[in-house]
Design a protein around this ligand. Structure first.
Ligand code: NAG
Ligand code: NAG
Ligand code: NAG
Ligand code: NAG
Ligand code: NAG
Ligand code: NAG
Ligand code: NAG
Length: 320
């Protein structure tokens, strides 16, 4: 625990620093894991800093707070640009909010992201993210412009407007926010997003598009998929090695995953390695954050780390 004096000293220094971002600002090379196929449980003996999982899953069972308390940074995924008929708030969308079905994703339709009703629903989802203890959100499907406008004539300008809206709303709630894919709008939203979550840029030879994030010190959380969901190539296999050795992903946090985003993972970089063994209970071996191992004080170290990060942001924004 912090001593009372240290605590008040931190409060004093922090409150003296106006304008520093209060939300998590991850740096490039941040290690991570993503699981969307089912309820996320903390991976245990692999060491990653951040976990990306479904905002809604297990909401009433407290898995997000559990993960947070184990010391992970929490990135909460939701679809911001598509209606999903199974979500608890699905009935809040109006018929006029809905566009064409998403090709290959049953139960999903593109959303009119200019709709005030849609935006109101997304604000409520961001409120849920705060409640769940999310450090960041990963809003998906902002790129209807690449999918026939979603049947709603949505353009890149609409996407820029929507991502900026979501970023302001997220940051107002002290949530970091990523751009999901969205290669065409990187230059327009780089300054309001905290990271990129990308699928298949190595496969489609598009990674250069996302290098501006790394140049800005922000992570690119890259995902490349195996050919089939039961393939389990090793880190040493040529399939994985060719991806990882691709120079265009310089500075990216690239994972090899199954398309269904189950627990199986091979990371290009060493902090975490190929394993499908993530079944060990959470609390015993939480991944140490850089800060908690530095301070050697577990979860209370995270509080200190948060303050230190805020101070660092404060220094840099003061200096700039
Ligand atoms: C995780 O722990 C289990 C049990 O201790 C072990 O068998 C496995 O090899 C470990 N995995 C990694 C990636 O360290
Ligand atoms: C919460 O857990 C119960 C019992 O394990 C399960 O029936 C229920 O579906 C879970 N709810 C969510 C939102 O995951
Ligand atoms: C929800 O999360 C808790 C805590 O991780 C877990 O014990 C429980 O089994 C989960 N419920 C479901 C339905 O997966
Ligand atoms: C999209 O644009 C086309 C051509 O301008 C127009 O006919 C159609 O009504 C528009 N659709 C919507 C949903 O606005
Ligand atoms: C981000 O950059 C755009 C120009 O690309 C600018 O219009 C906007 O004001 C900037 N936003 C912030 C928050 O700096
Ligand atoms: C990220 O990792 C690469 C490769 O190890 C290294 O060259 C680069 O300096 C790192 N970037 C940061 C911001 O730590
Ligand atoms: C990850 O895998 C590489 C290559 O097999 C190995 O050299 C390294 O020690 C592993 N790192 C960890 C943290 O297990």
């Amino acid at each position: 625990m912090l001593s009372g004096t240290a605590y008040f000293a931190l409060i004093f220094v922090l409150s003296a620093c106006q304008g520093a971002a209060a939300w998590w600002q991850p740096s490039s090379n941040t290690t991570w894991q993503i699981v969307l196929s089912h309820v996320l449980t903390p991976p245990t003996n692999i060491s990653v800093l951040a976990l990306d999982g479904d905002l809604f899953d297990n909401a009433s069972n407290g898995s997000w707070p559990t993960i947070k308390a184990a010391g992970y940074r929490t990135i909460c995924y939701f679809s911001a640009g598509s209606y999903e008929d199974w979500r608890p708030d699905a009935q809040d969308f109006l018929p006029a909010d809905l566009g064409e079905p998403l090709d290959g994703w049953p139960g999903e339709k593109w959303l009119n992201t200019n709709s005030l009703n849609v935006r109101k629903i997304m604000q409520a989802r961001l409120d849920l993210a705060v409640k769940q203890g999310c450090d960041a959100v990963d809003p998906d499907n902002i790129d209807a412009y690449d999918n026939d406008g979603g049947g709603l004539n949505l353009t890149t300008a609409d996407a820029v407007s929507y991502v900026r809206f979501l970023a302001i709303e997220a940051h107002n709630r002290d949530l970091a926010m990523g751009l999901k894919n969205g290669g065409s709008i990187v230059g327009d939203v780089l300054n309001v997003t905290d990271f990129e979550v990308n699928e298949q840029c190595v496969q489609y030879d598009e990674c250069e598009t996302f290098q501006p994030f790394v140049d800005a010190g922000k992570p690119v959380f890259g995902i490349e998929y195996t050919k089939a969901d039961d393939d389990t190539p090793t880190r040493e296999s040529s399939f994985v090695n060719d991806i990882c050795a691709n120079p265009s992903r310089r500075g990216f946090s690239t994972l090899i995953k199954h398309m269904n985003l189950d627990e199986w993972v091979v990371a290009c970089d060493d902090a975490e390695n190929a394993t499908s063994d993530m079944s060990i209970p959470a609390s015993t071996s939480a991944a140490p954050t850089k800060a908690s191992s530095m301070f050697g004080v577990g979860v209370s170290g995270i509080v200190v780390a948060g303050a230190v990060t805020a101070l660092q942001n404060c220094w840099s924004s003061t200096v700039e």
